[in-house]
Design a protein. Structure first.
Length: 297
């Protein structure tokens, strides 16, 4: 059973884990909201085209996002930005004429960069899409995703701001859309890391190569003369002696040293008996503790 102090510590740990989990799961929607597209109101004016029955002027709140690369670019590297434009669920920009699946819908948008890594000149983003099925007049107008490529010249921070865009079908402009707010459309920030631009790189080369050729090969020959081996043989003749061989023996006074015997230490049975006694004592002690705990419960 847990004591009051143990229960208090457990309650504090549980509360801390709950607060931490609430902070993590509560913070995820905030991060997602920061990365989510934003609604931007545009005024779109229709351009008269052949076969068009209406020339509308509509105020549409698009959902837009200007996305930069996930990794930080370096100077002189190519950077691709993506401009997504999504139609609203209610009151979308309508098609002023029917669009067949063989048609091509193209969007051109203007993006203005600012900052030290890029010149402050407008850049054109473009994209195209072919409808999967035929669209009738008045259906939501498909607006393709636009992309643009820039090359920063130095490290630093650059900002991008989307402005107006035009939608055309088969090389005929159908709409010109401009943001209603003075701030323009979607915005994005690009951080350029340190590096050396390719325009300042220095290349050094040698115009006259030097080639060295040797036409005289060098050959080294080593010869060895084997030496003869000399063999020397000696013959020794042993003549037995006529005198008898005298043999003597001695009997040791003490016993012969034939092995460890009594010096080997105690018998192994002593260790076996000692180990058996320890195991039995441990088993009895465990049963005693178990019975004691059961009595307390």
């Amino acid at each position: 059973m847990l004591t009051s102090k143990a229960r208090r510590r457990l309650a504090l740990k549980t509360s801390a884990m709950a607060v931490l989990g609430a902070g993590i799961f509560g913070g995820l929607p905030v991060v997602a909201a920061l990365a989510a597209p934003v609604p931007v109101a545009y005024t779109c004016t229709g351009v008269p085209t052949t076969g068009a029955t209406v020339t509308p002027t509509s105020t549409v709140t698009f959902t837009m996002e200007l996305r930069t690369p996930a990794t930080r670019p370096t100077p002189s590297s190519t950077v691709t930005l993506v401009w997504d434009v999504s139609q609203p669920a209610t009151s979308p920009l309508p098609a002023i004429a029917s669009i067949s699946p063989s048609s091509t819908v193209v969007a051109h948008g203007t993006v203005s960069p600012a900052g030290t890594p890029l010149p402050s000149l407008p850049v054109v983003a473009t994209g195209s899409v072919a409808p999967a099925t035929a669209l009738t007049s008045g259906a939501p107008m498909p607006i393709p995703t636009m992309t643009l490529v820039v090359t920063p010249t130095a490290s630093g921070t650059a900002t991008f701001k989307g402005a107006g865009f035009a939608v055309q079908v088969n090389s005929s402009v159908w709409y010109n859309c401009q943001p209603q707010a003075s701030g323009g459309g979607p915005a994005a920030t690009l951080v350029v890391g340190t590096g050396t631009p390719s325009s300042t790189a220095t290349s050094t080369s040698t115009g006259t190569p030097t080639t060295t050729t040797s036409n005289t090969p060098t050959s080294t020959t080593t010869s060895s003369t084997p030496r003869p081996t000399r063999t020397h043989t000696e013959v020794v003749t042993v003549t037995p002696s006529d005198s008898p061989t005298k043999r003597s023996s001695r009997t040791p006074k003490a016993g012969a040293d034939t092995g460890g015997g009594g010096l080997a230490g105690p018998d192994g049975r002593t260790f076996i008996l000692t180990g058996t006694a320890l195991v039995a004592a441990a088993a009895i002690g465990g049963l005693f503790l178990r019975r004691r705990n059961a009595a307390r419960s």
